[in-house]
Design a protein around this ligand. Structure first.
Ligand code: AHR
Length: 490
């Protein structure tokens, strides 16, 4: 046990409600996320529509608030009209250079979202698509029966509008890897024109647009289109997966711990400079510790590399500890961060791995479940002081913590992370200046090693363990490489 760490929960400034959409998810037409992931017609585990029931049951445990779809890079050459109605033809997916069957489209996505209890969030094609195509999609989804697209939806068997509230204009359109990438000058103008048309169809929708924690891109976007936007969308993948032919070790993953908050701060700064502080929020609508390896096409080599992203052994307690730190950063910045979507929801690096005959809940699944089920609805200012961890030439705080409470400030819940790989740390918790005392329930996710992971043969090697503890004078010991949630008993 090392030097003491202190967690100060500041009760004088009150609390603020955070947006539960920070526990959102992302589903892309890429590799086995949709087909062979959430959708597998003919599988004994699927319902009559092809939705995997075991996937639905698992995701319900996470109270997933919102899912972004259909991409990702995929969307920048996707035409939504190809994925609705009875006569659907496969098309060529220009992002990933494979065939897209189009059997899972808008209606299936919205139906699936309702089954898991999530809001659908549609990302539009701002690469090869047009503002008009985007606004037609809004019409298809949200108008009752005015116009040919709304009536097409009705003819397709959906009498009532889908009422899709969240729409994003584009995906990473700043990137040379995107179909139809734009310059910063083009982007603001294009977003403004798209937003105008979409809002003329349904003025109640919430709009997002592809942004960056980068002054030039995002200031230009805000100058032209800020008046139409509710959120700017930013993405973050911090650890390049499969460097030197293997995933990064635990210590290297910990060096990334502070990067999400740095991106949030930079984006908040840009919003303030542009005069949109308090008016436009941040949606971290793709995030994951591990970066992507996504070769295109269906050559055996490309498939092998894509399958390698699926390996459960890659996704260890490092992913869990990083993800809890990411969520803590969103909670700390809950004034601006109104949405975050882990990417992707299933397979590759997602929290849930889907086999033909079952699912495996990875370490990150349990973090999401703890945050969804054990935290209260409001966040309260929390300060941590204590030891620093030296990892691979970088210093990061060993402990990270965020406290939450209910509306009466009666029920409390504190999420705590110990980044030490091997060492338990002692921690003093002060609530409103007084050391925390009394009986608490404690839930700990740590597994038996920093490299522990779940897979088919050991699906429960890492699971949260709940116990009752007695806290005296605020003192608690945090297990190594662990995510813990402590809830004082009233
Ligand atoms: O998900 C793989 C890709 O990573 C997404 O399509 C893109 O948005 C991100 O760069």
């Amino acid at each position: 046990i090392g030097t003491p760490n202190s967690v100060y929960i500041e009760t004088h400034h009150g609390f603020r409600r955070y947006n539960p959409m920070i526990l959102g998810q992302f589903l892309e037409h890429f590799h086995r996320q949709v087909y062979g992931g959430v959708f597998e017609p003919g599988s004994p585990l699927a319902d009559v529509h092809g939705f995997r029931l075991d996937v639905i049951a698992a995701l319900r445990e996470l109270n997933v608030p919102i899912v972004r779809w259909p991409g990702g890079c995929f969307v920048s050459a996707y035409h939504w009209t190809h994925g609705v109605g009875a006569d659907r033809q496969p098309s060529y997916d220009k992002a990933w250079c494979v065939e897209e069957p189009n059997t899972f489209g808008t209606d299936e996505f919205v139906t699936w979202c309702r089954l898991i209890g999530a809001e659908p969030y549609l990302c539009t094609n701002a690469g090869t698509g047009t503002p008009e195509e985007m606004s037609d999609w809004v019409e298809y989804c949200n108008l009752e029966n005015t116009g040919r697209w709304a009536r097409l939806r009705q003819a397709n068997g959906y009498a009532q509008p889908h009422k899709v509230q969240y729409w994003s204009i584009g995906n990473e359109n700043y990137g040379s890897w995107e179909m139809g990438a734009k310059t910063a000058d083009e982007w603001g103008y294009f977003v403004a024109e798209s937003a105008k048309m979409m809002k003329h169809v349904d003025p109640t929708i919430k709009l997002l647009a592809a942004a960056l924690p980068d002054l030039e891109w995002t200031l230009k976007l805000l100058r032209h289109a800020g008046q139409y936007l509710d959120y700017v969308s930013i993405h973050g993948y911090w650890d390049p997966l499969w460097q030197n032919d293997q995933p990064s070790d635990y210590a290297t993953c910990m060096t990334r711990a502070l990067e999400p908050e740095a991106a949030i701060r930079m984006t908040e700064h840009i919003l303030a400079v542009a005069g949109f502080e308090g008016r436009i929020g941040i949606a971290f609508d793709e995030w994951n510790l591990r970066g992507w390896h996504h070769p295109q096409g269906n050559s055996p080599e490309a498939i092998t590399v894509r399958n390698r992203n699926d390996l459960n052994a890659t996704y260890t307690m490092a992913d869990a500890v990083f993800s809890a730190g990411f969520l803590n950063a969103c909670l700390r910045h809950s004034k601006t961060v109104g949405m975050a979507n882990m990417a992707p929801v299933v397979n590759t690096r997602g929290p849930l791995f889907v086999y033909p005959d079952g699912v495996v809940k990875r370490t990150t699944f349990h973090v999401l479940s703890m945050y969804a089920n054990l935290l209260e609805a409001n966040v309260i200012d929390t300060w941590v002081s204590g030891e620093t961890l030296e990892c691979v030439g970088k210093s990061v705080p060993a402990v990270d913590a965020v406290a939450t409470c209910d509306d009466d400030m009666q029920t409390w819940s504190v999420a705590l992370v110990n980044r030490h790989a091997e060492r338990a740390v002692s921690c003093q918790i002060y609530l409103g200046g007084m050391p925390l005392n009394g009986r608490c329930s404690l839930t700990v996710l740590c597994g038996d090693s920093p490299d522990a992971y779940n897979d088919l043969t050991h699906p429960d090697r890492v699971t949260p363990i709940a116990s009752e503890v007695m806290i005296e004078c605020g003192a608690i010991t945090l297990s190594p490489h662990a995510v813990s949630v402590i809830r004082p008993r009233i």
